[in-house]
Design a protein around this ligand. Structure first.
Ligand SMILES: Nc1nc2c(ncn2[C@@H]2O[C@H](COP(=O)(O)OP(=O)(O)OP(=O)(O)O)[C@@H](O)[C@H]2O)c(=O)[nH]1
Ligand SMILES: [Mg+2]
Length: 283
């Protein structure tokens, strides 16, 4: 699979992030809990090297809880501050606010010693497209000032949002990096919809998903589609799913594209259960 994609608005977004950096006290990177490795933008390391940082594993409701726990331990072992969230329900938000206060405590103390008034912490919310940045901010404010959507690239401009008198957040557009060196990273980004489906080969992507599921989540796959055997090539499993679900074209032949679209959708919306595509030991 050859996915190389860096639209003009991302180059613009990166410039915007760079220009605003001097105003920022803390960078929050929103990762997708199903792919904490692949959703981490390698460009951020250099970009934010002088900034305080907090990592968020969002969409934890879709990820495998045992594997999310492993990721949490992994980050803690690297002394990285991390919070696990579900931005749809608001689960983990209290921990998020506590973490921001804890990370910024030193700064508040220094300001206080200098006789400065406590001013709001300026937080920049960054991450790949579709990781849930705007949903997170909206849920945190309790209203809906930031536009969201189930496709990547919804946020295009800069938006400052007051959470309370202590915290101001800056929403940013989703950022990818110009070249994916590792095909698995590209596939995982595509599976979780950080890359727009329009530029992808959906059947091939679905076969990659089936291949992964038959190895790591065989019960979820077989159970969802009533499959007797999954010891087959991904394409043959797709054919079985077409038969079981009656995905046929007019002349009766299997409708592989329709099946692929539906299978991807069912994975993405959590209908197959809570599935993580990556664990720390994989890397
Ligand atoms: N299940 C689940 N879905 C979520 C969560 N957070 C966000 N979403 C969904 O993910 C999709 C993308 O959310 P957005 O908030 O628009 O993502 P974004 O990071 O702002 O995207 P861009 O602005 O395009 O970069 C939406 O369909 C949200 O409803 C979560 O914690 N759990
Ligand atoms: Mg957004």
């Amino acid at each position: 699979m050859n996915i190389n994609w860096y639209p003009g608005h991302m180059a613009k977004a990166k410039r915007m992030i760079n220009e605003n950096l001097k105003l920022i006290d803390l960078v929050v990177e929103i990762l997708d809990a199903r792919i904490p490795y692949s959703s981490r933008n390698p460009d951020f390391k250099e970009l934010f090297k002088n900034k305080m940082q907090l990592v968020v594993l969002n969409k934890s409701d879709l990820a495998d809880p045992l594997i999310t726990k492993k990721w949490q331990d992994y980050y803690l072992s690297k002394d990285t501050s991390i919070v696990i969230l579900n931005s749809k329900s608001g689960a983990g938000f209290k921990e998020f606010l506590n973490s921001v206060n804890r990370i910024m405590e030193n700064k508040f103390e220094k300001d206080r010693l200098k006789g400065m008034l406590k001013r709001p912490v300026k937080v920049m919310v960054c991450g790949i497209p579709n990781s849930g940045k705007s949903t997170f901010i909206n849920k945190l404010t309790g209203s809906a000032p930031a536009k969201t959507g189930d496709k990547p690239g919804v946020t295009k401009d800069r938006q400052w949002i007051k959470i309370n008198t202590n915290i101001h957040l800056l929403d940013t557009p989703g950022l990818l990096w110009p070249k994916f060196n590792d095909e698995l990273v590209a596939v995982n980004l595509a599976l979780t919809q950080a890359i727009n489906d329009d530029i992808l080969d959906i059947e091939q992507l679905c076969k990659k998903l089936i291949e992964f599921l038959s190895m790591k989540y065989p019960i979820n796959l077989a159970g969802r589609y009533n499959l007797e055997s999954i010891n087959k090539q991904p394409y043959d499993i797709l054919l079985d799913i077409c038969e079981n679900r009656k995905f046929n074209k007019l002349k009766g032949e299997p409708d592989i594209l329709k099946a692929s679209i539906i299978i991807l959708d069912e994975f993405r919306s959590g209908k197959m259960g809570r599935i993580s595509l990556e664990e720390p030991n994989d890397f």
